[in-house]
Design a protein around this ligand. Sequence first.
Ligand SMILES: [Zn+2]
Length: 412
Amino acid sequence: MTPRPPRRNPILAPRQATLPPVSRSRAGTEMSAWAAAGTFALQTCRDCGAVQYPPRDVCRACLSDRLAWRPADGAGTLLATTTLHYPYELYFRERAPWRTGLVRLSCGVTVGAFLHPALGDAPAEVEIAARLDRAGHTALIALPKDHADFEVSQMREFTASPKGRKVLVTDAASPAGLAMVKALVAAGAAIVWAGRAEPWGIVPGFEEAVAAPEVTVVPLDVTDSDSVIDLAGRIGGRTDIVINTADYHRPDRAVGGLGVETARAEMETTYLGLLRLARAFGPALAARAAEGPNHAIAWVNILSIYALVASPSKATHSAAEAAALAFAQGMRADMRASGLRVVNIFPGPVDEGWHQLDLPPKIAPDALARAAVKALESGVEDVFPDPVSRQWYERWRADPAAFSRELAEAGQ
Ligand SMILES: [Zn+2]
Protein backbone atom coordinates (compact mmCIF):
# COMPACT_ATOMS: atom_id res chain seq x y z
CA MET A 1 0.00 0.00 0.00
CA THR A 2 1.29 3.45 -0.88
CA PRO A 3 2.26 5.46 2.22
CA ARG A 4 -0.13 8.26 3.04
CA PRO A 5 1.05 11.77 2.18
CA PRO A 6 1.46 14.07 5.22
CA ARG A 7 -1.72 15.79 6.31
CA ARG A 8 -2.20 19.37 5.20
CA ASN A 9 -1.85 22.10 7.83
CA PRO A 10 -5.43 23.45 8.01
CA ILE A 11 -4.20 26.92 9.07
CA LEU A 12 -2.25 27.50 5.85
CA ALA A 13 -3.99 28.66 2.69
CA PRO A 14 -4.58 25.76 0.28
CA ARG A 15 -2.45 25.89 -2.82
CA GLN A 16 -4.39 27.50 -5.65
CA ALA A 17 -4.54 25.81 -9.03
CA THR A 18 -2.87 27.56 -11.95
CA LEU A 19 -3.73 26.69 -15.52
CA PRO A 20 -1.93 26.77 -18.85
CA PRO A 21 -3.06 29.62 -21.15
CA VAL A 22 -6.72 29.09 -21.96
CA SER A 23 -7.62 30.91 -25.15
CA ARG A 24 -7.54 29.05 -28.46
CA SER A 25 -8.92 29.73 -31.92
CA ARG A 26 -12.01 27.85 -33.05
CA ALA A 27 -9.84 25.58 -35.23
CA GLY A 28 -7.52 25.00 -32.26
CA THR A 29 -10.51 23.96 -30.13
CA GLU A 30 -11.44 21.43 -32.79
CA MET A 31 -7.99 19.90 -32.48
CA SER A 32 -8.60 19.62 -28.73
CA ALA A 33 -11.87 17.74 -29.35
CA TRP A 34 -9.86 15.10 -31.24
CA ALA A 35 -7.17 15.03 -28.57
CA ALA A 36 -9.88 14.49 -25.93
CA ALA A 37 -10.56 11.14 -27.58
CA GLY A 38 -6.81 10.39 -27.71
CA THR A 39 -6.42 11.11 -31.44
CA PHE A 40 -3.74 13.29 -33.02
CA ALA A 41 -5.59 14.93 -35.92
CA LEU A 42 -4.55 17.58 -38.43
CA GLN A 43 -6.42 19.52 -41.08
CA THR A 44 -5.96 18.48 -44.71
CA CYS A 45 -6.95 20.73 -47.63
CA ARG A 46 -9.70 19.12 -49.72
CA ASP A 47 -8.52 21.06 -52.76
CA CYS A 48 -4.72 20.73 -52.85
CA GLY A 49 -4.12 18.06 -50.19
CA ALA A 50 -1.71 20.16 -48.07
CA VAL A 51 -1.59 19.19 -44.39
CA GLN A 52 -1.90 22.15 -42.02
CA TYR A 53 -0.27 23.05 -38.74
CA PRO A 54 -0.99 25.05 -36.64
CA PRO A 55 -4.78 24.77 -37.06
CA ARG A 56 -6.16 27.52 -39.31
CA ASP A 57 -9.21 28.64 -41.26
CA VAL A 58 -7.75 28.66 -44.80
CA CYS A 59 -5.15 26.46 -46.53
CA ARG A 60 -1.55 27.67 -46.17
CA ALA A 61 -0.82 26.56 -49.78
CA CYS A 62 -3.88 27.51 -51.86
CA LEU A 63 -6.06 29.64 -49.51
CA SER A 64 -9.00 27.25 -49.88
CA ASP A 65 -11.32 27.19 -46.86
CA ARG A 66 -12.24 23.53 -47.44
CA LEU A 67 -10.15 22.05 -44.64
CA ALA A 68 -11.05 18.64 -43.18
CA TRP A 69 -9.87 17.14 -39.89
CA ARG A 70 -8.34 13.68 -40.21
CA PRO A 71 -6.41 11.43 -37.83
CA ALA A 72 -2.72 12.06 -38.61
CA ASP A 73 0.36 9.87 -38.63
CA GLY A 74 2.40 11.00 -35.64
CA ALA A 75 5.69 9.51 -36.85
CA GLY A 76 8.45 12.06 -37.31
CA THR A 77 12.00 13.18 -36.65
CA LEU A 78 13.07 15.28 -33.71
CA LEU A 79 15.06 18.12 -35.29
CA ALA A 80 16.10 20.27 -32.34
CA THR A 81 15.52 20.53 -28.60
CA THR A 82 15.60 23.28 -26.02
CA THR A 83 14.92 23.54 -22.30
CA LEU A 84 12.68 26.24 -20.86
CA HIS A 85 13.92 27.26 -17.43
CA TYR A 86 11.91 30.45 -16.98
CA PRO A 87 8.63 30.17 -18.89
CA TYR A 88 6.50 33.30 -18.94
CA GLU A 89 3.25 31.58 -17.92
CA LEU A 90 2.87 30.96 -14.18
CA TYR A 91 1.58 27.41 -14.67
CA PHE A 92 4.64 26.39 -16.66
CA ARG A 93 7.04 28.31 -14.42
CA GLU A 94 5.80 26.40 -11.35
CA ARG A 95 6.67 23.16 -13.14
CA ALA A 96 9.87 24.23 -14.95
CA PRO A 97 12.17 23.20 -16.48
CA TRP A 98 10.37 21.91 -19.58
CA ARG A 99 12.13 20.19 -22.46
CA THR A 100 10.56 21.04 -25.77
CA GLY A 101 11.51 20.35 -29.36
CA LEU A 102 10.68 20.67 -33.02
CA VAL A 103 9.46 17.57 -34.81
CA ARG A 104 9.27 17.19 -38.58
CA LEU A 105 6.35 14.87 -39.37
CA SER A 106 6.30 12.48 -42.30
CA CYS A 107 3.20 14.30 -43.60
CA GLY A 108 5.33 17.41 -44.20
CA VAL A 109 4.62 19.79 -41.32
CA THR A 110 6.81 20.73 -38.35
CA VAL A 111 5.28 20.90 -34.88
CA GLY A 112 6.51 22.10 -31.50
CA ALA A 113 6.11 19.49 -28.76
CA PHE A 114 6.87 18.71 -25.14
CA LEU A 115 9.52 16.01 -24.92
CA HIS A 116 9.08 12.80 -22.97
CA PRO A 117 11.95 12.46 -20.40
CA ALA A 118 13.08 9.19 -22.01
CA LEU A 119 13.95 11.06 -25.23
CA GLY A 120 17.57 11.94 -25.86
CA ASP A 121 18.96 14.68 -28.08
CA ALA A 122 18.07 15.38 -31.69
CA PRO A 123 18.03 13.81 -34.16
CA ALA A 124 15.76 10.95 -33.07
CA GLU A 125 12.79 9.07 -34.42
CA VAL A 126 9.71 10.01 -32.36
CA GLU A 127 5.96 9.58 -32.27
CA ILE A 128 3.72 12.59 -31.64
CA ALA A 129 0.79 12.05 -29.29
CA ALA A 130 -1.98 14.61 -28.75
CA ARG A 131 -3.14 14.97 -25.17
CA LEU A 132 -4.93 17.66 -23.17
CA ASP A 133 -3.28 20.07 -20.80
CA ARG A 134 -4.98 20.96 -17.52
CA ALA A 135 -6.92 23.74 -19.24
CA GLY A 136 -8.38 21.20 -21.68
CA HIS A 137 -6.38 22.25 -24.73
CA THR A 138 -4.16 20.24 -27.03
CA ALA A 139 -0.65 19.53 -25.84
CA LEU A 140 1.57 17.73 -28.35
CA ILE A 141 4.03 15.33 -26.77
CA ALA A 142 6.97 13.70 -28.52
CA LEU A 143 7.37 10.13 -27.28
CA PRO A 144 10.18 7.71 -27.99
CA LYS A 145 9.11 4.96 -30.39
CA ASP A 146 7.51 2.02 -28.52
CA HIS A 147 7.29 4.03 -25.29
CA ALA A 148 4.19 5.67 -23.87
CA ASP A 149 4.65 5.72 -20.10
CA PHE A 150 3.05 8.91 -18.79
CA GLU A 151 3.81 8.13 -15.14
CA VAL A 152 7.09 10.08 -15.16
CA SER A 153 7.88 13.66 -14.09
CA GLN A 154 5.83 16.35 -15.86
CA MET A 155 4.14 13.81 -18.12
CA ARG A 156 1.85 13.27 -15.12
CA GLU A 157 0.47 16.76 -15.77
CA PHE A 158 -1.23 15.40 -18.85
CA THR A 159 -2.81 12.43 -17.07
CA ALA A 160 -5.07 11.70 -14.13
CA SER A 161 -3.49 8.47 -12.95
CA PRO A 162 -5.19 6.71 -10.01
CA LYS A 163 -1.78 5.57 -8.70
CA GLY A 164 -1.38 6.74 -5.10
CA ARG A 165 -4.79 8.43 -5.16
CA LYS A 166 -8.00 7.99 -3.17
CA VAL A 167 -10.90 6.96 -5.35
CA LEU A 168 -14.65 6.58 -4.81
CA VAL A 169 -16.53 4.04 -6.94
CA THR A 170 -20.16 5.03 -6.46
CA ASP A 171 -21.78 1.65 -7.08
CA ALA A 172 -19.43 -1.25 -6.50
CA ALA A 173 -22.21 -3.81 -6.22
CA SER A 174 -22.69 -4.07 -9.98
CA PRO A 175 -20.49 -6.12 -12.34
CA ALA A 176 -18.98 -2.95 -13.85
CA GLY A 177 -18.51 -1.29 -10.44
CA LEU A 178 -16.84 -4.31 -8.90
CA ALA A 179 -14.56 -4.66 -11.93
CA MET A 180 -13.66 -0.99 -11.45
CA VAL A 181 -12.69 -1.57 -7.81
CA LYS A 182 -10.38 -4.43 -8.84
CA ALA A 183 -8.84 -2.44 -11.71
CA LEU A 184 -8.11 0.51 -9.40
CA VAL A 185 -6.41 -1.70 -6.82
CA ALA A 186 -4.31 -3.23 -9.62
CA ALA A 187 -3.41 0.28 -10.83
CA GLY A 188 -2.02 1.25 -7.42
CA ALA A 189 -4.80 3.40 -5.93
CA ALA A 190 -4.06 4.24 -2.27
CA ILE A 191 -7.68 3.91 -1.13
CA VAL A 192 -10.74 2.68 -2.99
CA TRP A 193 -14.09 3.47 -1.39
CA ALA A 194 -16.59 0.96 -2.72
CA GLY A 195 -20.12 2.40 -2.60
CA ARG A 196 -22.93 -0.02 -1.84
CA ALA A 197 -26.59 0.96 -1.71
CA GLU A 198 -28.15 -2.16 -0.23
CA PRO A 199 -26.81 -5.13 1.69
CA TRP A 200 -28.48 -7.49 -0.82
CA GLY A 201 -28.13 -7.95 -4.55
CA ILE A 202 -24.37 -8.32 -4.36
CA VAL A 203 -22.54 -9.57 -7.44
CA PRO A 204 -20.47 -12.77 -7.19
CA GLY A 205 -16.92 -12.11 -6.05
CA PHE A 206 -17.85 -8.95 -4.10
CA GLU A 207 -16.62 -10.13 -0.70
CA GLU A 208 -13.26 -11.31 -2.07
CA ALA A 209 -12.68 -8.08 -4.02
CA VAL A 210 -13.49 -5.76 -1.11
CA ALA A 211 -11.25 -7.78 1.22
CA ALA A 212 -8.20 -6.11 -0.40
CA PRO A 213 -6.45 -3.84 2.15
CA GLU A 214 -6.93 -0.75 -0.06
CA VAL A 215 -10.72 -1.19 -0.25
CA THR A 216 -13.31 0.13 2.21
CA VAL A 217 -17.02 -0.48 1.64
CA VAL A 218 -19.10 2.65 2.24
CA PRO A 219 -22.90 3.07 2.23
CA LEU A 220 -24.01 5.12 -0.76
CA ASP A 221 -27.39 5.30 -2.45
CA VAL A 222 -27.24 7.89 -5.24
CA THR A 223 -31.05 8.08 -5.35
CA ASP A 224 -31.08 9.42 -1.77
CA SER A 225 -29.76 12.96 -1.22
CA ASP A 226 -29.12 12.37 2.50
CA SER A 227 -27.02 9.29 1.75
CA VAL A 228 -24.89 11.20 -0.78
CA ILE A 229 -24.43 14.22 1.51
CA ASP A 230 -23.56 11.98 4.50
CA LEU A 231 -20.82 10.22 2.58
CA ALA A 232 -19.48 13.48 1.14
CA GLY A 233 -19.25 14.78 4.71
CA ARG A 234 -17.13 11.79 5.68
CA ILE A 235 -14.79 11.36 2.70
CA GLY A 236 -15.45 14.26 0.31
CA GLY A 237 -12.50 16.26 1.63
CA ARG A 238 -10.09 13.41 0.89
CA THR A 239 -11.42 12.10 -2.43
CA ASP A 240 -9.12 12.61 -5.44
CA ILE A 241 -11.15 10.81 -8.11
CA VAL A 242 -14.86 9.98 -8.29
CA ILE A 243 -15.89 7.19 -10.66
CA ASN A 244 -19.64 7.16 -11.10
CA THR A 245 -20.68 3.65 -12.05
CA ALA A 246 -24.24 4.01 -10.73
CA ASP A 247 -26.71 3.17 -13.47
CA TYR A 248 -30.22 1.79 -13.72
CA HIS A 249 -31.71 0.66 -17.01
CA ARG A 250 -34.42 -1.63 -18.30
CA PRO A 251 -35.42 -2.34 -21.90
CA ASP A 252 -38.34 0.05 -22.53
CA ARG A 253 -39.50 1.30 -25.91
CA ALA A 254 -41.00 4.74 -26.42
CA VAL A 255 -44.49 3.49 -27.36
CA GLY A 256 -45.63 0.18 -25.94
CA GLY A 257 -44.04 0.49 -22.52
CA LEU A 258 -46.39 0.98 -19.56
CA GLY A 259 -46.48 3.95 -17.21
CA VAL A 260 -43.56 6.15 -16.20
CA GLU A 261 -42.02 4.04 -13.42
CA THR A 262 -39.11 2.62 -15.43
CA ALA A 263 -38.29 5.98 -16.95
CA ARG A 264 -38.48 7.69 -13.56
CA ALA A 265 -36.22 5.11 -11.89
CA GLU A 266 -33.68 5.48 -14.71
CA MET A 267 -33.67 9.28 -14.37
CA GLU A 268 -33.45 9.01 -10.59
CA THR A 269 -30.21 7.00 -10.74
CA THR A 270 -28.54 7.88 -14.02
CA TYR A 271 -29.23 11.61 -14.21
CA LEU A 272 -30.30 12.85 -10.75
CA GLY A 273 -27.81 10.48 -9.10
CA LEU A 274 -25.00 12.17 -11.00
CA LEU A 275 -26.39 15.59 -10.12
CA ARG A 276 -26.52 14.73 -6.39
CA LEU A 277 -22.95 13.41 -6.48
CA ALA A 278 -21.63 16.43 -8.39
CA ARG A 279 -23.16 18.90 -5.94
CA ALA A 280 -22.03 17.00 -2.84
CA PHE A 281 -18.49 16.05 -3.97
CA GLY A 282 -17.63 18.55 -6.72
CA PRO A 283 -16.77 21.66 -4.65
CA ALA A 284 -14.39 19.77 -2.31
CA LEU A 285 -12.63 18.16 -5.28
CA ALA A 286 -12.20 21.54 -6.96
CA ALA A 287 -10.80 23.04 -3.75
CA ARG A 288 -8.10 20.35 -3.57
CA ALA A 289 -7.07 20.36 -7.23
CA ALA A 290 -3.58 21.70 -6.52
CA GLU A 291 -2.81 20.18 -3.14
CA GLY A 292 0.32 18.03 -3.12
CA PRO A 293 1.53 15.57 -5.74
CA ASN A 294 -1.58 13.38 -5.47
CA HIS A 295 -4.13 16.19 -5.53
CA ALA A 296 -7.78 15.80 -6.60
CA ILE A 297 -7.69 15.29 -10.33
CA ALA A 298 -10.68 13.74 -12.10
CA TRP A 299 -14.31 12.76 -12.28
CA VAL A 300 -15.24 9.77 -14.39
CA ASN A 301 -18.76 9.13 -15.70
CA ILE A 302 -19.56 5.70 -17.04
CA LEU A 303 -22.23 6.73 -19.55
CA SER A 304 -23.29 4.80 -22.65
CA ILE A 305 -23.05 5.19 -26.40
CA TYR A 306 -26.85 5.62 -26.16
CA ALA A 307 -26.15 9.04 -24.61
CA LEU A 308 -25.07 10.15 -28.09
CA VAL A 309 -27.28 8.02 -30.32
CA ALA A 310 -30.68 6.98 -29.01
CA SER A 311 -31.60 3.32 -29.36
CA PRO A 312 -35.32 2.79 -30.19
CA SER A 313 -35.37 -0.45 -28.14
CA LYS A 314 -34.02 1.47 -25.13
CA ALA A 315 -35.81 4.77 -25.55
CA THR A 316 -36.12 5.65 -21.85
CA HIS A 317 -32.58 4.47 -21.05
CA SER A 318 -31.22 6.57 -23.93
CA ALA A 319 -33.12 9.61 -22.63
CA ALA A 320 -31.62 9.23 -19.13
CA GLU A 321 -28.11 8.77 -20.56
CA ALA A 322 -28.53 11.83 -22.79
CA ALA A 323 -29.61 13.86 -19.75
CA ALA A 324 -26.56 12.65 -17.81
CA LEU A 325 -24.28 13.56 -20.73
CA ALA A 326 -25.74 17.05 -20.99
CA PHE A 327 -25.13 17.52 -17.26
CA ALA A 328 -21.61 16.07 -17.55
CA GLN A 329 -20.80 18.69 -20.19
CA GLY A 330 -21.79 21.35 -17.69
CA MET A 331 -19.59 19.68 -15.07
CA ARG A 332 -16.65 19.67 -17.46
CA ALA A 333 -16.98 23.40 -18.04
CA ASP A 334 -17.33 24.16 -14.31
CA MET A 335 -14.50 21.92 -13.18
CA ARG A 336 -12.07 23.05 -15.88
CA ALA A 337 -11.39 26.27 -13.97
CA SER A 338 -9.64 24.27 -11.25
CA GLY A 339 -7.91 21.91 -13.72
CA LEU A 340 -10.09 18.90 -12.84
CA ARG A 341 -10.84 16.55 -15.69
CA VAL A 342 -14.26 15.13 -16.43
CA VAL A 343 -13.77 11.84 -18.27
CA ASN A 344 -16.82 10.44 -20.07
CA ILE A 345 -16.86 6.79 -21.06
CA PHE A 346 -19.33 5.63 -23.70
CA PRO A 347 -19.44 1.84 -23.82
CA GLY A 348 -21.67 -0.08 -26.21
CA PRO A 349 -23.79 -2.87 -24.66
CA VAL A 350 -22.08 -4.23 -21.53
CA ASP A 351 -22.09 -7.99 -20.95
CA GLU A 352 -24.32 -8.04 -17.85
CA GLY A 353 -27.86 -8.96 -16.85
CA TRP A 354 -29.96 -6.22 -18.42
CA HIS A 355 -28.25 -6.42 -21.81
CA GLN A 356 -29.04 -10.17 -22.15
CA LEU A 357 -31.08 -9.74 -25.31
CA ASP A 358 -28.55 -7.50 -27.07
CA LEU A 359 -26.63 -9.20 -29.82
CA PRO A 360 -22.89 -9.60 -29.37
CA PRO A 361 -20.31 -8.11 -29.44
CA LYS A 362 -20.69 -6.80 -25.89
CA ILE A 363 -17.95 -5.35 -23.73
CA ALA A 364 -17.02 -7.34 -20.61
CA PRO A 365 -17.17 -5.39 -17.31
CA ASP A 366 -13.45 -6.10 -16.76
CA ALA A 367 -12.56 -4.62 -20.15
CA LEU A 368 -14.70 -1.55 -19.43
CA ALA A 369 -12.94 -1.03 -16.08
CA ARG A 370 -9.51 -1.41 -17.65
CA ALA A 371 -10.45 1.13 -20.34
CA ALA A 372 -11.49 3.62 -17.64
CA VAL A 373 -8.18 3.21 -15.76
CA LYS A 374 -6.20 3.45 -19.00
CA ALA A 375 -8.03 6.66 -19.91
CA LEU A 376 -6.98 8.17 -16.57
CA GLU A 377 -3.40 6.95 -16.97
CA SER A 378 -3.03 8.23 -20.50
CA GLY A 379 -4.98 11.48 -20.19
CA VAL A 380 -7.93 10.79 -22.51
CA GLU A 381 -11.29 12.46 -21.77
CA ASP A 382 -13.77 10.88 -24.19
CA VAL A 383 -13.52 7.12 -24.32
CA PHE A 384 -15.14 4.67 -26.72
CA PRO A 385 -13.89 1.41 -25.24
CA ASP A 386 -15.25 -1.31 -27.54
CA PRO A 387 -15.79 -2.02 -31.26
CA VAL A 388 -19.53 -1.20 -31.18
CA SER A 389 -19.06 2.16 -29.45
CA ARG A 390 -16.11 3.09 -31.70
CA GLN A 391 -18.00 2.26 -34.87
CA TRP A 392 -21.15 4.07 -33.73
CA TYR A 393 -19.10 7.10 -32.65
CA GLU A 394 -17.37 7.31 -36.02
CA ARG A 395 -20.66 7.13 -37.89
CA TRP A 396 -22.32 9.59 -35.52
CA ARG A 397 -19.40 11.97 -35.86
CA ALA A 398 -19.51 11.77 -39.67
CA ASP A 399 -23.27 12.41 -39.91
CA PRO A 400 -25.46 12.40 -36.78
CA ALA A 401 -28.73 12.95 -38.63
CA ALA A 402 -28.18 10.06 -41.07
CA PHE A 403 -27.01 7.69 -38.35
CA SER A 404 -30.02 8.30 -36.08
CA ARG A 405 -32.36 7.59 -39.03
CA GLU A 406 -30.43 4.40 -39.79
CA LEU A 407 -30.90 3.17 -36.19
CA ALA A 408 -34.58 4.09 -36.26
CA GLU A 409 -35.06 2.05 -39.43
CA ALA A 410 -33.24 -0.92 -37.91
CA GLY A 411 -35.52 -0.62 -34.84
CA GLN A 412 -32.55 -1.26 -32.59
ZN1 LIG B 1 -5.00 23.85 -50.30
